[in-house]
Design a protein. Sequence first.
Length: 146
Amino acid sequence: PDFGAHMKAFMFNAWKDLGAKIRINSVYRTPERQAELLREYNANPSGKARPGTRSYHLYGMAMDFNPTLKDGKQLGKSFNSSVDEWVKSGIVAAGERVNLYWGGRFSRNYDPIHFDFRNVAVSINSLSSLVTSQNMASAPNRVDLA
């Protein structure tokens, strides 16, 4: 639930401060969908970021998106826009200002359309522990209000 508030703050700041609009492509993914994306990547990796086998998307704590800037320019999929374009747009700063981690900073898998919650939930292992401790194993991005 905390990730949703960070995403909303990012999108609001991008709109208010930059005049940018954010179109969300993907947030939570089932393990089956993540495996499907990995198979698609392995069959044709051209121009795509490699989906992780352990991803914050599996916990509903990652977002893939495309921003449309105030001037109408859309920053595109993974390899269509440079790091410099993303940084100069202000989109990266808008996300990092609310403690999201930008996928353009990945050391091996440039993925600028991605923000995740690793600055708060530091590792996938800690996420797994958190999900288990909160008894959310069947639906990790849901809260049991019972």
